[in-house]
Write a protein that binds this ligand. Structure first.
Ligand code: IVH
Length: 672
């Protein structure tokens, strides 16, 4: 293509992408599908790469991050960026209103606009002839840092202004808050945890840190957002005359404006608005730390003027703090129902947002280490919504001496068994299947349908068996008798004998079900069936080394390690011995190493609810017939077995043309 034609195509692509971006991020009304957007963006990126002369500063290609810089030049504000005075409580709002009336010479009620105070970082964006030309942080109000390339990565910041019913201003400074949505923050932290990296402390710091990255691609990764709420210098034909007009104007220029902003006819209405959001804030997908109240009439704003750096026409009502400093007295460790060791902070009691906090979570060892939290430190604690209070980190200036780093114990604080803490994994776990901390969950799982299928022992009975001390590990289920069961609250003779016959019936489920019932880490029904078929008895399995275990199809080192560790624990071996003594079948028919059977070499996917089989039962039948069960549909899938309410896997199978069977189809496949 001639350069002219390429230039035209680039312009066209930019226009389509820009519009799609606006519809998606500002209007929440997507127009292009993600793959279509990606394909067009790819085309533009390739074009600009091959012909750098076609690049423009307002190209959507800039959103993925331009060239890294070595530092930020100063960004001088044409009009100072003011900060805000604070108000706490109703009285201070009434005092603010009285001052506005007095200085403004107003008799009746003053009209205000109330806006949520977004907890992020204030930035100013400069547009010349409708194009974003520069952007900077607030800094000291007169000059901040020029972070233009980073701001271009924020999808809710228009690279060129729209003009919906207004004329494009010749020049305008648009101000607002760069912030991070809670959902984006959680996703980013989950990704970081999966990569073994430390979690970020809170959305605000993550947004502020994101804006100050030297490499804009790193800013782009944080997926920041922007709400516009103020103007700096402006050169336009019909500039807005009130704050509520100003917000509508910003919207018409293509900005995202917070939809909860509300004009209020009087300070009474302001007080209602504030009360509503002090309790309503947790439902939002972004953090707010208060409400900003602005005199609506811009002429009145000008008349009131500023007092130093704070305008006299606006005030920030601050919600009660959810963060406080206190001393970390100790770290205790509790063991969760799945055996995970949870470090907890013991704090000097401190008031946060209306309640007294003396305990907080520390997540795990990596969190403690990467945030450098040590016993004796003064720490920052936050309490957000209903979430358990969390220690954010130490106040390093206040650290006394050099307290030792904290390490989790290597034996379980509840039962003393070995703790398994795989390299690179955040969580440490107790390896003892009879650890009292895990027992209720273990018993419930052991008796569940996919495992030993003991009808009658559900959540409640499992808890009461453990609480009463009748069951101290799953083998003791087989020591129960009528007399013992009748000591339990609300246990009648009829149901007790039903439970006993269910227990008796479970003795013959075979090794695969037993193994999956034992809850060995990574050994679910499928791996249990494989191991049972390959080893034939629990004794052979208990003797197997990691090397022997990994020879089984689908058994990797991690699984093998977990199996070896399980059988190395004395309490686990004793429990197995008791199961055997009670007459529980601990054997399985050996499966020839090369899978044979009607489904040998076939891969199946299960989805939805089948009428008569649980998913585990279906998987067991398939594996017994030599087949393999995987979790996701791909071109390699041979059959998809779909039950009721099958979802995306079914759709995928249809799309790929993979045969879909129901339960009776599966039975036919298995030979009836
Ligand atoms: S107006 C003079 N409106 O709060 C006007 N600020 O404590 C100054 N903020 O630096 C800003 N949401 O970072 C305004 N709707 C909002 C806001 C808001 C958050 C931040 C902003 C400012 C700080 C002042």
């Amino acid at each position: 293509m001639a350069l002219k034609a390429l230039e035209k195509r680039a312009r066209e692509l930019r226009a389509i992408l820009d519009e799609a971006n606006y519809r998606y991020h500002v209007l929440d009304d997507p127009q292009l599908s993600d793959p279509d957007y990606d394909a067009l963006l790819r085309e533009l990126l390739d074009l600009e790469l091959a012909h750098p002369e076609l690049q423009t500063p307002d190209s959507p290609a800039m959103r993925v991050g331009g060239t890294p810089s070595t530092g930020f030049p100063p960004y001088v504000h044409a009009r100072p960026m003011l900060s805000l005075g604070n108000a706490f409580g109703e009285d201070e709002l009434l005092a603010f209103d009285a001052r506005v009336k007095k200085l403004g010479g107003i008799e009746g009620d003053v009209a205000y606009t109330c806006e949520l105070k977004i907890d992020g970082l204030a930035v100013s964006l400069r547009y010349d002839a409708g194009k974003l030309t520069a952007g900077g942080t607030r800094g000291d109000g007169n000059a901040g840092e020029d972070v233009t390339a980073n701001l271009r990565t924020i999808k809710t910041i228009p690279l060129s202004l729209r003009a919906h019913g207004v004329k494009t201003p010749r020049h305008v400074d648009v101000r607002g808050e760069a912030y991070m949505r809670k959902s984006d923050f959680e996703r980013l932290n989950a990704e970081r945890e999966a990569r073994g990296e430390a979690r970020f402390a809170n959305p605000r710091n993550t947004a502020a840190g994101g804006i100050r990255q030297l490499d804009p691609a790193l800013t782009a990764e944080r997926k920041l957002s922007f709400y516009a709420y103020a103007l700096g210098e402006i050169d336009a034909d019909n500039p807005p005359r009130s704050q509520h007009e100003l917000l509508a104007y910003l919207k018409a220029l293509g900005f995202r404006v917070n939809e909860h902003a509300q004009p209020s006819g009087s300070i009474r209405e302001v007080i209602d608005f504030v009360a509503e959001w002090e309790t309503g804030r947790d439902a939002l997908d972004y953090e707010i730390d208060g409400v900003v109240i602005k005199v609506d009439d811009l002429a009145l704003q000008a008349k009131l003027g500023n007092a130093g750096k704070d305008p006299r026409w606006a005030i920030a009502y601050k919600f009660r703090a959810r963060e406080a400093r206190t001393k970390l007295l100790d770290i205790t460790v509790s063991v969760g129902r799945t055996g995970v060791l949870n470090p907890n902070a013991v704090l000097e009691p401190v008031h946060i947002g209306g309640t007294t906090v003396s305990n907080a979570t520390l997540h795990n060892q990596d969190y403690i280490r990467s945030n450098d939290i040590r016993i004796g430190d003064v720490v920052t604690v936050i309490r957000a919504g209903d979430v358990i209070p969390r220690v954010v980190g130490p106040v390093l200036e206040l650290r006394v001496g050099d307290p030792p780093e904290y390490t989790l114990p290597d034996t379980c604080p509840v039962c003393g068994a070995d703790v398994d803490h795989p390299e690179g994994e955040p969580m440490a776990r107790c390896t003892n299947a009879s650890c009292p901390a895990q027992l209720v969950e273990r018993v419930r799982h052991f008796c569940s349908r996919g495992a030993m299928d003991i009808e009658g022992i559900g959540d409640q009975l499992a808890a009461s068996l453990v609480d009463s001390g009748l069951v101290r590990d799953v083998s003791e289920i087989y020591q129960l008798d009528l007399e013992k069961l009748l000591t339990l609250p609300r246990m009648a003779e009829k149901s007790a004998s039903n439970v006993l016959s269910a227990i008796e019936g479970s003795k013959h489920r075979g090794l695969a079900r037993l193994l999956s019932g034992l809850g060995i880490r990574f050994v679910g029904s499928q791996n249990a069936a494989i191991l049972a078929g390959d080893f034939g008895s629990i004794d052979a399995l208990a003797r197997a080394s990691e090397d022997e275990l990994v020879r089984s199809e689908g058994i990797g080192v991690e699984i093998a390690r977990s199996v070896v560790l399980f059988f190395a624990q004395e309490p686990n071996r004793a429990m197995v011995a008791r199961l055997k003594a009670a007459g529980v079948d601990v054997t399985a028919p050996l499966r020839p190493r090369e899978p044979v059977g009607v489904l040998a070499g076939k891969t199946l996917v299960l989805t939805g609810t089948l009428p008569n089989l649980t998913r585990d039962e279906a998987a067991e039948l398939i594996v017994a017939a030599g087949g393999k069960v995987t979790g996701s549909v791909s071109k390699k899938t041979d059959y998809v077995i779909a039950g009721e309410e099958a979802g995306s896997k079914l759709a995928k199978a249809e799309q790929l043309g993979i045969p879909i069977l129901d339960e009776s189809g599966l039975r036919a496949l298995l030979g009836g």
